[in-house]
Write a protein that binds this ligand. Structure first.
Ligand code: NAP
Ligand code: ZN
Length: 362
C-alpha cells in the first residue's frame, strides 16, 4: 500500500519543476515516516536531474539533505519514536550484512546501497528524494538532529557536512596544517568551517575575490582568487599539506596538485561530469597523493552533526519556497549561492499542483 505526498518533481532534464503528487510506501516494520521540514539543494541534485551524469529516471524528485520530525514508526522500530528530530542524507538503505556495512561504511555496501533518490528501492520502484512533504526510510538511515540546530541550517549537514567532515577527519587535518578548500559553495563552506574548527590554517581558493569577506567570516585565514592572477598556480607551488577540492565543473588537476607540499594530499569531492586528464608526473613529482571521497556512513554522519553542534557550526543558508526552485538552480550553476539554498518544505504543502514557478501567483 502507498500514500500520496506533494513533492517538487521534474518530468525531464530540461523541464521546469512541477509541484506534483507522488507515492510513498506505507512504512514496513523497520521503517519510519518523516515529516520533512527542510530540504537542502545540493549540486548533485542538479547534476542528476539535468542528466549531466546520465542515468536519471523521470519523473524524478531529488533532495538528499533532509531534516524533519518522525511522524510514524513501523512495528519493529527501536531507535526512534514519534516526535524525534531526525535527518536523512544520501542513503536510505543497504544490506547491513556485508563487510563494509558492518564497519559503518554503508556508502560502500557490497550489495549496493540505496540512494535517497534515483535508486532502485526495496519494492522495485525508483526512490524519490527530499523536496517533498514526507519520506519513508529504514530506521537505520536516520540520524539525530541535536537540539542546538534548527532544521533549516541542519539539513545541509546531511550531505555537504558529512562529505567534507569525512575526508577532513580521515586525512587527520589538525592544528597548524596548511589546508586549501577549493570552491566556496555548499560543500566548500562546510569544509572551511570544519577545517578551521580542527585548528588548520585555511585558505579558500575561489575564482574571484567576491566571496572574500564571507570566507573570513566562516573561519578561513585568507581567500586567494585563482582566476584573477594568471601566475597564481606558479606563484603558490608547494604551499599546502592538504587540499579539499569541491569544484563542480572541469578543472586542471595538475595545477592544483602543484600547490601541494611533497607527499601532500588532494581529495576530490566535487564530481564534474567531464573527465579530468591526469599527467602521471603531476602525482609522481614530489610524491603527491590524489584521492577521492564519497559522502560517509551513518555513524560518521551522526558524528558530523554532533561535531557541528558542539563547535557552534551550521550551514549558512538562503531559505527558498517551492516557487523559487528553478531560479535557485540557475543561481547555483552560476556560483551565486551563499552558501546553500534550503527549501522550506511547508511551502510545497501550500503550493497548488502544477508548475512550481507559478505557485506564487496562486
Ligand atoms: P556548489 O555549491 O555549486 O559549489 C561548487 C563551487 O565550485 C562553486 O561555488 C564555485 O566556487 C566552484 N566552481 C563552480 N564552477 C566552477 C568552475 N567552472 N571552475 C572553477 N570553480 C568552479 O556545489 P556543491 O553542492 O558544493 O557540490 C560541489 C560538487 O561536489 C558537485 O560536483 C557535487 O556533485 C559534488 N558532491 C560530491 C559528493 C561526494 O560524495 N563526493 C557529495 C556531494 C556533492 P567559487 O565560486 O568559490 O569559485
Ligand atoms: Zn549532496
Amino acid at each position: 500500500m502507498t500514500f500520496t505526498v506533494k513533492a517538487l518533481q521534474k518530468t525531464g532534464p530540461d523541464q521546469p519543476f512541477d509541484v506534483a503528487e507522488i507515492e510513498r510506501r506505507d512504512p514496513r516494520a523497520d521503517d519510519i515516516v518523516i515529516d520533512i521540514k527542510a530540504a537542502g539543494v545540493c549540486h548533485s541534485d542538479i547534476h542528476t536531474i539535468t542528466n549531466e551524469w546520465g542515468r536519471a529516471h523521470f519523473p524524478l524528485t531529488v533532495g538528499h539533505e533532509i531534516a524533519g520530525v518522525v511522524s510514524e514508526v513501523g512495528a519493529d522500530v527501536t531507535r526512534w519514536k514519534v516526535g524525534d528530530r531526525v535527518g536523512v542524507g544520501c542513503l536510505v538503505n543497504s544490506c547491513g550484512d556485508c563487510e563494509q556495512c558492518r564497519e559503518d561504511n554503508e556508502q560502500f555496501c557490497l550489495n549496493g546501497a540505496t540512494g535517497t533518490y534515483n535508486s532502485e528501492d526495496v519494492d522495485g520502484t525508483i526512490t524519490q528524494g527530499g523536496y517533498s512533504e514526507k519520506i519513508v526510510v529504514n530506521e537505520r538511515f536516520a540520524v539525530r538532529i541535536p537540539e542546538k540546530l534548527e532544521f533549516l541550517e541542519a539539513a545541509p549537514l546531511l550531505c555537504a557536512g558529512i562529505t567534507t567532515y569525512n575526508p577532513i577527519t580521515h586525512w587527520d587535518v589538525k592544528e597548524g596544517d596548511k589546508v586549501a578548500v577549493v570552491g566556496l559553495g555548499g560543500l566548500g563552506h562546510m569544509g572551511v568551517q570544519i577545517a578551521a574548527a580542527k585548528g588548520a590554517d585555511v585558505t579558500v581558493l575561489s575564482r574571484t575575490r567576491a566571496k572574500e569577506a564571507d570566507a573570513l567570516a566562516l573561519g578561513a585565514n585568507r581567500l586567494a582568487a585563482t582566476a584573477e592572477d594568471p601566475d597564481f598556480f606558479a606563484n603558490h607551488r608547494g604551499e599546502f599539506d592538504f587540499i579539499l577540492n569541491t569544484v563542480s565543473a572541469a578543472f586542471e588537476l595538475k595545477d592544483y596538485l602543484g600547490l601541494l607540499k611533497p607527499r601532500g594530499a588532494m581529495v576530490l569531492v566535487g564530481l564534474p561530469p567531464e573527465g579530468l586528464p591526469l599527467p602521471a608526473g603531476a602525482v609522481i613529482g614530489n610524491s603527491k597523493v590524489l584521492a577521492g571521497s564519497n559522502i560517509g556512513g551513518i555513524a560518521a554522519t551522526q558524528e558530523t552533526l554532533d561535531f557541528c553542534a558542539e563547535h557552534g557550526l551550521a550551514a549558512k543558508i538562503e531559505v527558498i519556497s517551492a516557487e523559487q526552485i528553478d531560479e535557485a538552480y540557475e543561481r547555483v550553476v552560476t556560483g551565486d549561492v551563499h552558501f546553500r539554498f534550503v527549501i522550506d518544505t511547508a511551502t510545497i504543502t501550500d503550493a497548488p499542483v502544477g508548475p512550481a514557478a507559478a505557485a506564487s501567483a496562486a
